[in-house]
Design a protein around this ligand. Sequence first.
Ligand SMILES: NC(=O)C1=CN([C@@H]2O[C@H](COP(=O)(O)OP(=O)(O)OC[C@H]3O[C@@H](n4cnc5c(N)ncnc54)[C@H](OP(=O)(O)O)[C@@H]3O)[C@@H](O)[C@H]2O)C=CC1
Ligand SMILES: Nc1nc2c(c(=O)[nH]1)N=C([C@H](O)[C@@H](O)CO)CN2
Length: 242
Amino acid sequence: MNKTVLITGVGKRIGYALAKHFLAQGDHVIGTYRRHYDSIEQLKKLGATLIQCDLTINHEIDQLIAQVKSHSALHCIIHNASDWLAESADKDSSDIINRMMQIHVNAPYIINMALADLLCQSAQQAADDAIGATNIIHITDYVAEKGSKKHIAYAASKAGLHNLTLSFAAKLAPNVKVNSIAPAMILFNQGDDDAYKAKALSKAILPKEAGNSEMISLIEYLINSRYVTGRSFAVDGGRHLA
Ligand SMILES: NC(=O)C1=CN([C@@H]2O[C@H](COP(=O)(O)OP(=O)(O)OC[C@H]3O[C@@H](n4cnc5c(N)ncnc54)[C@H](OP(=O)(O)O)[C@@H]3O)[C@@H](O)[C@H]2O)C=CC1
Ligand SMILES: Nc1nc2c(c(=O)[nH]1)N=C([C@H](O)[C@@H](O)CO)CN2
């Protein structure tokens, strides 16, 4: 049965790869984007529904929710959108923490609360048991558990995002499964120099840039699972053992 999947932040990198993956297997993708890239037009050509939404603007979140609710079913929400903000002397601390909590906690919370009924109804209506429960997946970060001295507010907000996993998993079972994915070194950024890359890779006992496929295969596992909810799955090359 083809699914309807809401993915936040599909304009580039992991979100873009996730959107292309689901479209390629015939699922319907509702993708949010903040800034417009050629990738957005590519996804439209592949049949996706694209909705512009800055997750720091609550009325844009409300408009997003209203548009998603106009769909007859919703089988998965992937909260991927994120801003990797570091603390710095020229940035106001209250602005940083408020922005991190808004994007990584407030927005997912508001969206989940508003779309929970549609997720539950879609699970009950799924004629094909292969769908079973519907899903929410929160993409957190390895640092949600460990903290980060350079991304303090970011790490705290990702820890809050995982806590949403625990609460929504308990609230929405058995119709909706809710899980976190806590990645580490998935994709380098443009501008990451060789020294940064070497240092980042040295933090794991599997020193790799994991790539989008690691995220895609784990997300497919979680969607197809019948018995996994309320958990966090590390995709981090064994960083905890380094
Ligand atoms: N890449 C990695 O190695 C790792 C990634 N992760 C997590 O995986 C997920 C995907 O990572 P990655 O693809 O690298 O992320 P990126 O930072 O490259 O992209 C994040 C996406 O979120 C969007 N976004 C940022 N701020 C907002 C906002 N205010 N409103 C709406 N959308 C916004 C961006 O849009 P725009 O283009 O307009 O900025 C972009 O599409 C994230 O949750 C990230 O924290 C965790 C650990 C490692
Ligand atoms: N929104 C983002 N979050 C994170 C990113 C990113 O590019 N965008 N990158 C990382 C790093 O890869 C880190 O895990 C290793 O240095 C973390 N979060």
